[in-house]
Design a protein around this ligand. Sequence first.
Ligand code: PLP
Length: 460
Amino acid sequence: MRSSAPEPGAPARDFRAIPSVDRVAQAVEAQAPELSRRLAVDAARAEVDHVRGAVAAGARAPALRGIAAAAALRARTLLADAPVPVVNATGVIVHTNLGRAPLSDRALAAVRAAAAGYSSLEYDLPTGRRGSRFDHVTEVVRQVTGAEAALVVNNNAAAVLLALETFARGREVLAARGEAVEIGGGFRIPEILDASGAVLRDVGTTNRTRLADYAAAIGPATAAVLRVHRSNFALVGFTESPDARALADLAHANGLRLIDDLGSGTLLDTSAYGLAREPLVGEALRNGADVVTFSGDKLLGGPQAGVLVGSADAIAAIAARPLTRALRPDKMTIAGLRATLGHYLRGEAVEQIPVWQMLAARPADLRARAARMAAACPSASVRVVDTQAAVGGGSLPGRTLPSAALEIDRRHGSADEVARRLRQAPRPVIGRIHADQVRLDVRTVLPRDEQPLLDALRAL
Ligand SMILES: *Cc1c(COP(=O)(O)O)cnc(C)c1O
């Protein structure tokens, strides 16, 4: 670097203009006396590294004060709590990047109570003896799904892994080529199979898989058939999949287990809300699957969890695996899930569970709500527009729900600029950009987030 002169016209890469870590750390301590020496030095080092990278790319080094301010912000961010609560105005109900399902008030209270003190987590109150954490949820899951037996683990990826590990370790699993999918967040069916010690045997073609394809693939090493909900894409056109019941019969006639990964799964029929039908958990069981798995924090509307339901012998075999202990849910999950399932048991899920409230909201009511919000901040130039919301979370790919949004006028700045300022609000607001304007879809804005959203709009 030092020996090579800059090319003509290229910016001089002046690394000498970058202050030393020690000088930056001293400036950080002067600006933010509440920081420890160690935090100040670490933040100074990280910021100096960042500046060095920028200078190498042709930028000019900022002044000492600026570097120190950025380093102080780094250290203060580390001291703050995270993740930061945000307003979801994206119109995607189960938004993976924003934490998926928000809990009901009752589930929230249950989580808080379980976390704040001691509980009967593994203690049987009537007898005073040791109990099982699973007992708090398994009977309720059985009730709402109609399953013979149930088990709950950390998430649905863990549920699928466990089912495969239990029944197919060292053996073969048949899966349709069109279902060997990647869900996002690194969940890829071939890799989960690999991790479970099972061997994937692809069946059929990408778009068409027939019962005869499965039958032809069965051999002495075959242990199970895996069905996977495609979740985040739709297969349309010249497609074919075998009837679920027929596939289960084929599996059982050959002594194989049928594992059905529903992904989101649902206990209520989504077609009642103008959407396509998402597979119902009870239906998958009635179609003969030995094990059905689904997430706790997608359409179920509860905390992150993986639910396994199925026949008593299949679930008992899974529960006995050492890996089940490693993937067990914690007390907050159990409390939140139990309370969420209680809403289904009492027949009040649509009224009480935020995901279902949002799903069921009527377009006319959403428009009225958007109009009321727009009127509440006359200083901001916003107008109410019709838009399309989505369920998200890998359920009902490609399907949308008519919704209403506040569209922010360009006089407040470019879409990127407005989106950035909304993200900097005390409670950051996350919207969507449509035709170079920011839209805030009210369908996914929780009632308690309305005020922070209006405050952010007024500050524009
Ligand atoms: C979402 C999803 C998973 C992963 O579930 P997590 O609860 O995120 O672990 C697995 N399979 C399918 C089909 C999914 O849609």
